[in-house]
Design a protein around this ligand. Structure first.
Ligand code: ADP
Ligand code: ASP
Ligand code: MG
Length: 399
């Protein structure tokens, strides 16, 4: 019997009743002979509620203090779950990130896991305890509490599974990974397995079901990740390296959308490498992630450049840009949805982009920006066209 790391998301621990239900499931797993580590998220919408509280103090809360505040959500569910387990007669212990040496680097609010002190976890497991860990949080070199970014408990779970060489199971409110978010498209099909690369693209492009950095970690250490429901026997999805690609398989595995970005256009930029690299250099010096980029053809040595950034970085980005250029040269488009199709099958199938753009044209869906990789095509479209685009493309590719 081995070690299993199970992660329960916010909806699975949203109420005391649900926490007791999780405790029952976890207890049974322990009785089956496995050593169990449980990573929990904050109860229900607790993290949103805490952010709301902070915003009642100030629109721009101090990032260190915000992390300290947000980390409390996961501590509540971890201690409640350990209490529930103990009240059922199981030997259990809850730990915060600090207690298990979950060391992180990088900025508050989007910290990266550097390492975990596996000894403490192993010792408790050897003593026969069920270990409950508060997800989403870490501790930096200054000893301050950090958080891993929204949805980060998935990454806490995978990191612990890597450290303990354990199986990893993510329990959430859907019974697996679907070709399209079932909340957006009710006919979406459940996938029995999906390759790391595809899942990484989908989650980075808006499929919130998995924190994208958890997939990066799982792929790096080749840890298969199971995603499903804990409350039923319905089989979920295994995220792993898929090598036996069926020759008949579809070119597209899934699609994802995101409304979290905004497009900025900077006009009248002199067409030379210095001014363009100065523009992007200044933005990246503030660690603002630029995603889609397009540039017009030069006319009289002048170009316009459009690019997308996360909505949350808009104010900072605009203040940098207004140092470089006149306000009249800047325009913002908040009405964009990033619409992406993803599939390893695209490596070997031609004509996918043609099919997609033909359908967009026939249905009057304007494409504002485009980026591609070997296994994905992303378009910025108007948000009002999102649901129509999802339906048309899902039907075309049998998603
Ligand atoms: P948790 O609180 O358990 O971490 P999340 O809300 O983060 O759960 O993720 C689960 C949600 O992800 C689902 O309710 C679903 O609507 C959404 N989702 C987005 N894309 C997909 C997809 N491709 N397959 C399954 N669920 C998806
Ligand atoms: N509670 C955090 C959030 O809501 C982390 C997580 O759920 O994974 O983003
Ligand atoms: Mg989540």
């Amino acid at each position: 019997m081995g070690i299993v790391v199970q992660k329960y998301g916010g909806s699975s621990v949203a109420t005391i009743e649900k926490i007791k239900k999780v405790a029952e499931t976890v207890g049974k797993r322990k009785e089956s002979g496995d050593s169990v580590v449980v990573v929990v998220s904050a109860m229900g919408d607790t993290t949103d509620d805490l952010i709301e509280l902070a915003n009642q103090i100030t629109e721009y809360p101090d990032k260190r203090e915000l992390d300290a505040l947000l980390s409390t959500g996961e501590m509540i569910s971890a201690s409640l779950l350990a209490m529930a387990l103990k009240s059922m007669g199981y030997d259990a212990i809850s730990y915060t990130a600090y207690q298990i040496g979950m060391r992180t680097t990088g900025q508050h609010g989007k910290s990266l896991i550097e390492d975990i002190d596996g000894e403490k976890l192993r010792k408790s497991l050897t003593e026969g305890k069920i270990v409950v860990v508060a997800g989403f949080q870490g501790v930096n070199d200054e000893g301050d509490i950090t958080t891993l970014g929204r949805g980060g408990s998935d990454t806490s779970a995978v990191a612990i599974a890597v450290k303990l060489d354990a199986q990893c199971e993510i329990y959430t409110d859907v019974d697996g990974i679907y070709s399209v978010d079932p909340r957006l498209y009710k006919n979406a099909k459940k996938l029995s397995e999906i390759d790391y690369e595809e899942m990484l693209e989908l989650s980075s492009l808006g499929a919130q079901v998995m924190h994208s950095r958890s997939i990066e970690l799982a792929q790096k250490y080749n840890i298969p990740v199971y995603v499903g429901l804990s409350t039923s026997n319905i089989k979920g999805t295994l995220i792993r390296e898929v090598t036996n690609m069926n020759m008949e398989s579809k070119p597209i595995t899934g699609l994802a959308t995101s409304d979290d970005d905004v497009a900025i256009t900077v006009k009248n930029i002199p067409y030379n490498i210095n001014s363009i690299s100065n523009l992007f250099g200044k933005i990246s010096s503030k660690r603002i992630n630029i995603d889609m980029i397009s540039q017009t053809a030069p006319i009289d040595g002048i170009v316009n450049i459009s690019f997308t950034i996360p909505k949350g970085d808009l104010n900072e980005c605009m203040s940098i840009l207004s140092e470089i250029t006149d306000k009249d040269n800047l325009s913002i488009d908040e009405d964009i949805t990033k619409f992406s199709i993803v599939g390893i099958g695209m490596k070997t199938t031609s004509g996918v982009a043609g099919r997609m753009f033909k359908l967009f044209a026939e249905n009057n869906i304007e494409v504002k920006l485009i980026t591609t990789s070997e296994i994905r095509i992303t378009c910025a479209i108007k948000t009002q066209d999102k649901l129509r685009a999802v339906k048309i493309i899902a039907e075309e590719f049998g998603l």
